[in-house]
Each structure stands twice: as C-alpha cells, then as structure tokens.
Ligand binder design. Sequence first.
Ligand code: NG6
Ligand code: CA
Length: 476
Amino acid sequence: MPKPHIIVIYMDDLGYGDVGAYGATRVATPRIDALAAEGVRFTDGYATSATCTPSRYALMTGRYPWRIDGAEILAGDAALIIDPAEVTLPRMLSEAGYRTGIVGKWHLGLGSGDAPIDWNAQISPGPGDVGFDESFIMAATQDRVPTVFIRDGFVVDADPNDPIDVDYETNFEGEPTALTHPEMVRMPWTHRHNDSIVNGIPRIGFMKGGTAARWVDEEIADRLMDEAVEFIQRDRPEPFFLYLPLHQPHVPRTPHPRFAGSTGMGPRGDAIAEADWCVGRIVDALEEAGLRDDTLIIFTSDNGPVLDDGYQDGAIELAGDHRPAGPLRGGKYSLFDGGTRVPFIVSWPGVVEPQTSSALVCQLDILASLAALVGSDAASVDGENLSDALLGRSPHGRRSLVLEAMTHTVFRAENWVLIPPSKGPEILAETGIESGHSDQYQLYDLGADIAETRNVAAEQPDRTADLIARYEEALR
Ligand code: NG6
Ligand code: CA
C-alpha cells in the first residue's frame, strides 16, 4: 500500500453531540458528516483528557499525560512540555519520509523554560524541535496572550519598533485591562478573562506591543485555512502529514461575520458552522489537487464541550435543546464521559469502508497505529497499534483505557467505567459542569447506561474490586 498523505483535524472543545453525524440537529455540519458517511465513525473514540494540553501531549507523544509533571492547561508563555528527544507523531512520520507541518493551535509550551520567552527573537524549542518541518501556530489558545501567529519560530509581522512583551503575573504600566477599562470590552467576561484587552476581547495574561502582529479574531479561520491549503497543494515529491489543530469552538468564539447568525445558537453554534466550512475547504483543496483518494483524514476533538468557559456570549441562553455532549454526562473538565468521549472519524476513500464502529479507540493510539501503517518501528509508550480498527478492518479496539480530567484518572474497560474517589465540588463553579468527583467509587455500565445515571459499584463489589485491580495495574 503506498503511503497516504495524512491530515489530523483536531477541534478544540467540540463535544460528542456537536456535529450532525453524532446527532446534532440545530447546527448543520454537512462537510464533517460527509467524512463520517464515507469513513469510519467511531462511537467510542476518546481524547485522553478532558482538557486541552494533556490531550494534545498524548496525541503528539503516544504517552499518557498523567505520566509526566506539567501536562496541565498551560499559560501562553509556558515552556515546551515535550522532551525534544522523545518519539513524537511528527518525528516518526518525518523519519518515515513525510513532509510534516502544523497549522493551528499548539498549546504545548514554547522555549526551554530557562529564561522567559523573548517574543521578538527566534522562539525555540517549539514544534520545529519535536518533528515538524514547518509550523504556523498560535502559542496557546485565543483567550491567552500573546495573540499573534508564529511561523517557524518567529512572530508573524513582528515590528522591532513595537516589541512584544508578555507577562502572566503583572500588567505593564498604563496598559488597559478589562478591570481598569471595562468600556473597551465588547465581549464581557464571566470568569478569569479580565487581563489585557485585544480587539475588544479581554484575555488571560498581559501583553504589550506587537500591534501589527496581533491577529483579527474573526479572520483566524480564513488565515489558518489559507496556510493549510497552501501546504496541501504545494508540489513536492514526498507524502505530507498535516496536523491541523483548529480553534473552534473554544472561547472566545469569534466566527467570521459570514457565519454569524447562521445557527441561532449564537457564537458557539456559529463557530461550529465555521469549523464545518474549514473541513470543507480542506477536502475541496485535496480534491482540486487530485489527492483526495490518497489522503487519510482523522477528525476528532481535544476534549468535551463547555458552554460558559469565561465569556458572556449567549452559549447557555441560546443552546435550547442542543446537547453539546449528546447523551453523555458531564463535559470539558469532567471525569464523566462527556469530558473525553468525542467525535472521532477516519476517512480514506477507496480504502476505508464506510461504517460505524464501536471499537474503543483513543488519540493516544494514533502514533502507534500510523507507525504501523507507514512501516515505522517507532515505539509508543502507552499507545496501541489499532490500525485495523482505525481503518475499519477490525471491530476490536483497546480492552481498556485510562482517562484523565484535571489530573484525576478514570478507568474504562470494555463497557465499564470506574471513577475512583476524588476530592472536589460536584458541580464546577465556573462552568456549571458536573465534575464526577465523589468520595465513593463509581461504576457505570456504559453499554446499558450511556448517561452514567446509575452507580452500580455497591451492587457489584466483585466487579468493582476486579476493575480497581486492573486500574491500578494500568497506572504502573
Ligand atoms: C481554563 C480557563 C478556560 C480555558 C481553559 C483552557 C479559567 C477559569 N478557565 O483554565 O477559560 O481557557 O483553561 O481550555 O481560567 S483548553 O481547552 O485549552 O484546555
Ligand atoms: Ca480544548
């Protein structure tokens, strides 16, 4: 089999119920649905974690994020958490002859951590040191400074006469914040996002300078797509790997005006519509280049959904009967399945037979699975080679999986999920999401009770004990 081009489209906070192929009706996602209809639509596909940085770490390294210190939501000026000596997905593919590129949200840290990042010079280490030949990234998320794009280690449109300074603790003298200048804010914050104001949107962290380099929020999608399409359509002899971590529907949700109002669900719904357009633009670009049948696309999301994640944008008020996590309990940050079970689609026309699969698969397994596909012997610490399941040739996935939310872990085995006791509020104050914290073991039968409504741990002590033993073994 010739090596396919590979594109991983990685959404940010897109929930299990947020796309048509997984049951959404109020937002139309025809282009994502088409990928699902012509590929494998996984019902039991997981991110490793209920937040962004740890899930991304696992996708890149094939290693459980809770094995290392620091795989937690990172500030925009945090140091790189991937060891440049580690096996990574892009390095494995690069060594197998691929041209590798990332366009989109990084959020795995930049720089060595020995000194604060100088945003006005080359920023290193970063994507280029973990296997990407080319990179066009935002450092963290749209809600964090610096609000600039970085190409191959250099801030795009940097101006030496207007240097960029970033600080996550102290503001720069005279710079407006949402607290000192609320009249400058066009998207009010609900929690935390009250530091520097960029484009009328208050962010996390303080930033000064770099006026010409600052992105226009409503144009991020178009900009990323232009970069991605250029990468795809460039003439080159070797196959390519494009990692495309998109920014929707993470806060602040700023869809281009051409999507505004398209769903009646406000910016969150409209951002999903915009994301669907992005997927369409990628597929169209492949078709125009005559590459569609030679390209394996994996579409998934880094964690479950959240409505109010820090801004007042109508997400709660306008959701109506839309259920962003579908039938699942909880959402982003949660130990319940809504935190980590996400849309997961694999499409490769002519090779992958259209089907729905209930194989248990995780983004952790993508490295080992693609390694097998391209003939690499790179080892993955925690990932399994599930290439047959991913390509729809086998109904069998993992037997078990450790999932993580805010550093607490959960054990999924067959259709059972064991949530060990952990301390914390039952409802997360900021987001209103059910955390899954309890002082008791929880055991749910996802086969019969996908919504995790009935804790059967007390009724099934033997099974609970058996799963605790397997869980403890898996943590080793
Ligand atoms: C949280 C932020 C949230 C979001 C999240 C990162 C607060 C109170 N909340 O800490 O707004 O930025 O981090 O999301 O600060 S993620 O998808 O990148 O993990
Ligand atoms: Ca996320």
